[in-house]
Design a protein around this ligand. Structure first.
Ligand SMILES: Cc1ncc(C[n+]2csc(CCOP(=O)(O)OP(=O)(O)O)c2C)c(N)n1
Ligand SMILES: [Mg+2]
Length: 822
């Protein structure tokens, strides 16, 4: 909501109508002869070879899946095989003009795109660069398999390498491009500009936008292409990604050289089918997919339909779209017509379509047609094409033999302790800055009005005499977060922050107040209300090598970004075999007072999905130190904050919140108060209610409580907690999360397992009720209060003399609730 964008009734209420421009459909009709002049015979023949490589590769996989053998050599491949037989021209045409800096993101049916892009990269890279890539990628593990001294040139070796790395990955071998941790639907190879392919269809719809955002913000060379299936054009990530990608601000508000559209081609690989459902005539209403671009911006995303059965029509389209992007008018949308002869997967009997339909497309088969054109235009005689075909057959057979051989191509041993997969689930690096250049800022840190304001505040909750100060006079959690974030913006030039109401407003809860003055638009901006795209673009931004800090306002809104958080953010480090990093900090706040859809603590969901770090600080000291660690790390961190504690001053750390930088290691709980009779472990804002409970337990019952703030949930070092339990022999765990399945339940179970002999009572978890959060007026019945903690201690840990339970929580009551599912 920048003030410069005035909304006037005069303009908004004026009569008029919206004009749309015609959308080109299959307009390409240039004779081959013209392309021959442009590209030369060798390159045109290369297109034929590349299409054939893909066809034979996919036919090989089809045979393996259907018959359990290829050329009579048996192999059982249990994994998926979504083949693109028939779609070769679309893939090769797209890749033809793309350089190594142009990055493709795709979907489950991407073998063809991987091979086409790889072959194009091999064509463009010189021998030294190719050797460097092959030698350095995973220390040359894949190269050693194929480099048998038989290759006449480095390019030939590289083609072998590409085919082998891809197939070994499909067969789940450690020598594959992603250590076998990705497999058929996810295989990718960043050194050739081939970025993650997504088995969550449409998943690349917002990730690729984030990749383009990276290129834009960091002025990195190249463009990004999102290859998305036609049926997946209905998906949330695709629509959210499109809205994000076409935001006006890129062309209106961003400054100077940053004022231009994103370098992005959204390419719908339109084979007219989902699995069996048909977007045209059945599951969607656009009739022609290219129409989708029309409503998104006045440029209509320069959308057009192109004939993906003619590789040269696709080459032509990519050339024109690249020009549009180069002049700053991206992003663009392509509807690339193609067809798959193969089923959705080998088990698909194509019951949803007529055989005659498949035959019609086979009659105009792109490879056959193109071969005919080459011969007709005398680019190559038929026997040359036959020679190419024979060579391709040999190549694929050799690749197959190597990839199925367990001696040459072993599977990763995941049974050993500290196995390879454990090593890549999280990257655990400390990276001061993701690029070496001066960060762009608008004013010196010392001149920042908020920095100046905070300099006058107390850094502790108490004055020199130990008297509690009013909150308004102290540095609170939101200020402590601001300090860490501001500081990192002056250190890491790639760091960007965005989300809803991040600029001007100052972040939904005021954490970013003062950032707008400090940062240009391209480092801090408002995103559309598209939580999926906010998280998904951060994934793409990080995969490309940047660091993103994104915010989802309320924790509850993670539901909107579930796929991006749980399937994307958490997984690409490991699915890359450790080749990629994911430095993303996702801030979410846990609310109260706003009822059922604005008050949930979903730490357990994040903790349940492997691949995410999860923290929930409750004090300014911890918030600042953990934010530093999160923003210096290389892993995705879901950073929980509580709206109840944003203005909480520091009352635990001696000396208050340090003004300078410091890090608190993620995973280390902290003892907030020493005690010998009962351990209380809390997550988040419940710390303060536990503190009240501890005071009461001490004053009324003489029990000295040891209070431990978990601070982190994943990872979590149990040592301090176990040490405490050894001393107190009793532990109560409390948080605001609904008690069933909460993160503390896992901790309680682990403590039981590790300290069973030292416990006098079972670890007891107190949380919110298994209800919706009721409205503010009655929400106290939902959240745990000090009395609930005392009740739990009395009923399950240690009877408190003379204590009267306030709310039943005995065995019978717990059984009743459980049987009812509440
Ligand atoms: C989010 C999600 N929903 C459903 C599926 C199951 N699925 C796999 S492929 C597919 C069809 C996708 O069609 P399209 O996007 O046109 O790509 P194509 O298979 O035609 O290449 C479906 C429904 C999935 N993998 N991910
Ligand atoms: Mg499709």
């Amino acid at each position: 909501m920048p003030k410069s964008l005035m909304v006037t009734p005069e303009q908004m209420r004026a009569r008029g109508q919206i004009e749309f421009s015609p959308i080109p459909v299959n307009q390409y009709d240039r004779p081959l002869r013209e392309e021959l002049e442009k590209y030369g015979a060798a390159r045109l023949l290369g297109i034929y070879r590349d299409m054939l490589i893909i066809r034979v590769f996919e036919m090989m996989l089809s045979e393996v899946k259907l018959q359990g053998k290829y050329r009579e050599i048996e192999y059982s491949h249990r994994g998926p095989g979504h083949l693109s037989i028939g779609q070769e021209a679309a893939a090769v045409g797209e890749a033809f003009l793309l350089g190594v800096d142009d990055h493709i993101y795709g979907s489950h049916r991407s073998h063809g795109e991987v091979l086409a892009k790889g072959l194009s990269a091999i064509e463009k890279l010189d021998d030294a660069a190719l050797m460097e890539i092959m030698r350095s990628y995973f220390d040359g593990q894949c190269l050693r398999v194929v480099d048998d001294g038989s290759h006449a040139s480095v390019k030939e070796l590289a083609i072998d390498y590409l085919l082998y790395g891809t197939l070994a990955e499909i067969f789940g071998r450690e020598t594959g491009f992603n250590k076998g941790f990705g497999g058929s639907m996810h295989v990718f190879f960043p050194p050739f500009g081939i970025y993650p392919n997504n088995a969550i269809v449409g998943g690349s719809g917002d990730i690729a936008v984030g990749a383009a955002l990276f290129k834009h913000v960091n002025r990195a060379p190249g463009i990004v292409v999102a290859n998305i299936g036609d049926a997946s054009s209905a998906c949330g990530p695709v629509w959210e990604g499109l809205c994000f990608a076409t935001m006006d601000q890129f062309k209106t508000l961003w400054d100077g050289e940053y004022r231009h559209g994103l370098p992005l081609i959204v390419n719908f690989v339109n084979n007219f089918y989902g699995m069996g459902g048909q977007p045209v005539g059945e599951t969607m209403g656009h009739q022609v997919l290219a129409r989708l671009g029309a409503g998104l911006n006045p440029e209509q995303m320069h959308a057009e339909r192109i004939d993906g059965y003619n590789p040269l029509a696709v080459v032509d389209a990519i050339a024109r779209k690249k020009e549009i992007i180069a002049r700053g008018d991206g992003p663009v949308l392509l509807d690339t017509v193609t067809y798959r002869y193969s089923g959705h997967s080998p088990s698909d009997a194509s019951s949803y379509r007529e055989k005659s339909e498949i035959e019609m497309w086979q009659q105009v088969d792109s490879i056959q047609s193109y071969a005919g054109e080459l011969v007709k235009a005398k680019v190559a005689p038929k026997r040359d094409l036959e020679r190419v075909s024979k060579r391709v057959d040999e190549l694929i057979l050799k690749t197959y033999r190597n990839a199925i051989d367990l001696e040459i191509s072993p599977r990763a041993d995941l049974m050993e302790t500290e196995c390879r997969l454990e090593q890549v689930m999280l990257s655990n690096q400390r990276v001061e800055r993701m690029a070496d250049r001066a960060p762009e800022v608008l004013l010196a840190k010392a001149d920042n009005p908020r920095v100046q304001q905070l300099a006058k505040r107390s850094r502790s909750a108490f004055d020199g005499q130990g008297q509690r100060l009013p909150k308004g006079k102290c540095v609170g959690i939101r200020d402590a977060l601001f300090e860490a974030i501001l500081d990192r913006f002056y250190a890491d030039p790639t760091l960007v922050a965005y989300g809803e109401e991040n600029r001007d407003w100052g972040g939904a809860f005021g954490v970013y107040r003062g950032l707008t003055e400090a940062l240009p638009y391209h480092r801090l901006f408002n995103a559309p209300i598209a939580e999926g795209a906010i998280a998904g673009t951060a994934v793409g931004y990080a995969l490309e090598g940047g660091r993103a800090l994104v915010e989802l306002m309320y924790c509850d809104f993670m539901g909107r970004a579930g796929d991006e958080i749980f399937n994307q953010l958490s997984k690409w480090q490991s699915m890359s075999g450790g080749g990629l990093r994911m430095p993303v900090v996702l801030r979410v706040s846990v609310g109260s007072k706003y009822g059922a859809q604005h008050s949930q603590d979903w730490t357990a969901m994040c903790a349940h999905v492997p691949g995410l770090k999860v923290v929930f600080p409750a004090t300014p000291y911890d918030a600042k130190g953990l934010m530093y660690s999160a923003l210096l790390g290389s892993d995705p961190v879901v950073f929980f904050e509580s709206q109840r504690t944003y203005d909480m001053p520091e009352e635990f750390a001696k000396g208050g919140v340090p003004a300078g930088a410091y890090e608190i290691p993620i995973g280390e709980p902290d003892i907030k108060k020493k005690g010998k009779d009962l351990t209380i472990l809390t997550v988040g804002a419940t710390l303060y209610r536990a503190l009240e409970a501890a005071a009461e337990l001490e004053s009324r019952f003489g029990l000295e409580c040891e209070l431990i703030d978990a601070r982190s949930i994943v990872p979590f070092n149990y040592e301090k907690v176990l040490e405490s339990v050894r001393k107190t022999r009793k532990i109560l765990l409390a948080s605001d999360a609904c008690v069933r399945g909460s993160a503390l339940q896992t901790m309680a179970a682990t403590i039981t397992l590790l300290a069973f002999d030292e416990l006098d009572a079972p670890p007891v978890v107190v949380g919110a009720r298994n209800w919706i959060t009721p409205s503010d007026e009655v929400e106290d019945a939902f959240f745990p209060f000090p009395a609930d903690l005392l009740d739990a201690v009395h009923e399950h840990i240690l009877p408190l003399k003379g204590y009267k339970v306030q709310r039943a929580c005995d065995r019978r009551e717990l059984l009743r609730r459980s049987a009812l599912g509440v």
